[in-house]
Design a protein around this ligand. Structure first.
Ligand SMILES: Nc1ncnc2c1ncn2[C@@H]1O[C@H](COP(=O)(O)OP(=O)(O)OP(=O)(O)O)[C@@H](O)[C@H]1O
Length: 314
């Protein structure tokens, strides 16, 4: 089956005053139809840059990117329809002067020739799919709650039946109970409409809840990728262990939890060899000279750590 998203050695490097900044540094991944791939990592790991590349806001420095089997550079219009994004802050993404009806209907107005009445019916149908009603359609964004605004963003994103929905920290600004409602909405929509998601968050417990597979990202690279429960329970990469340890009251936390000190190092002149070694309690001499490649660990899990097997039994 053709993947909905496929990237091969994708890189986004920025020229900055301090040198070349490798925001995304060789990402290869694919997402199957109807699947959710969760992308997790701390702030500054390059998650948003990768997302912006996929939706066409950023241009890759090198590598290939295909959406539904087509290279999106070939057709800007096709990409505008094929990939939609839901952002963290719906207030910033929604025009404050337009009613919800206009906001949800805008993509239809731009891309479809449907008449006013047909569009109105489509908008109401989209609103109902995300749990909103006629009442909400007449409101302005500031009259809605944060959760309702995020529902509007999702309805708008779904208007053109995208092949892929990229959710970038889509629930991070919401209260925990509202987060759960929006996550459940996304799960329900996927079940009913067969949607495909790339779901990005710094919060591994949120990513685990919604994802079939999880990719853990550190300084522009994937350090662990596999089925959600394999990543969560085996957490073979020390960085994955650290992300689990950072979750408050997490019962899955191992007794030998890795605790993260400080911030992610600068992507300008990142550490040699394994870029995580400067924060890794298990780092050895080899880690500073040799870049670890992703290696198959069985059950669909791949881990980029020289000592993954030995550490797993620690
Ligand atoms: N246009 C740009 N020019 C230079 N550096 C950039 C640019 N865009 C992003 N960066 C840098 O690239 C790195 C990755 O940023 P990115 O926003 O993708 O990370 P992130 O994991 O999504 O974090 P956050 O959740 O905070 O957005 C950061 O060091 C950031 O400062």
């Amino acid at each position: 089956m053709t993947p909905v998203l496929k990237t091969q050695d994708l890189k986004v490097h920025h020229n900055t005053a301090r040198g070349q900044l490798k925001a995304v540094d060789g990402i290869s991944l694919s997402v199957a139809p109807g699947e959710t791939l969760g992308l997790v990592g701390e702030s500054g790991c390059g998650k948003s840059t990768l997302a912006r590349c996929i939706v066409g806001i950023n241009t890759p420095t090198s590598g290939t990117l295909e959406v539904a089997g087509v290279s999106p550079e070939k057709s800007r219009l096709a990409r505008a329809r094929a990939v939609q994004m839901v952002f963290q802050d719906p207030s910033g993404a929604l025009n404050p002067r337009l009613t919800v009806e206009r906001i949800i209907g805008e993509p239809l107005q731009i891309h479809q020739r449907a008449g006013r009445e047909a569009r109105k019916a489509q908008v109401l149908d989209l609103a109902r799919k995300v749990g909103l009603s006629d009442y909400h359609l007449e409101r302005l964004p500031h009259e809605l709650s944060g959760g309702q605004r995020q529902r509007v963003s999702i309805a708008r994103a779904l208007a053109l039946n995208p092949a892929l929905l990229v959710c970038d920290e889509a629930v991070s600004a919401l209260d925990v109970s509202v987060q759960a409602q929006v996550l459940n909405l996304l799960l329900g929509l996927q079940r009913d409409l067969g949607l495909t998601y790339l779901f990005i968050s710094h919060d591994l417990s949120v990513v685990r809840y919604i994802s079939h597979r999880i990719a853990v990202m550190y300084l522009g690279r994937i350090v662990e990728i596999g089925p959600a429960e394999e990543v969560w329970h085996r957490k073979m990469h020390p960085y994955t262990r650290a992300l689990v340890a950072a979750i408050p009251d997490e019962s899955a936390r191992r007794t030998d939890a890795v605790l993260l000190d400080g911030d992610v190092p600068s992507p300008v002149n990142p550490p040699s060899g394994c870029t995580f070694r400067t924060r890794c309690p298990f780092a050895q001499a080899r880690c500073s000279t040799e870049v670890p490649e992703l290696r198959d660990q069985g059950a669909g899990l791949s881990v980029a750590c020289h000592f993954a097997e030995t550490l797993y039994t620690v």
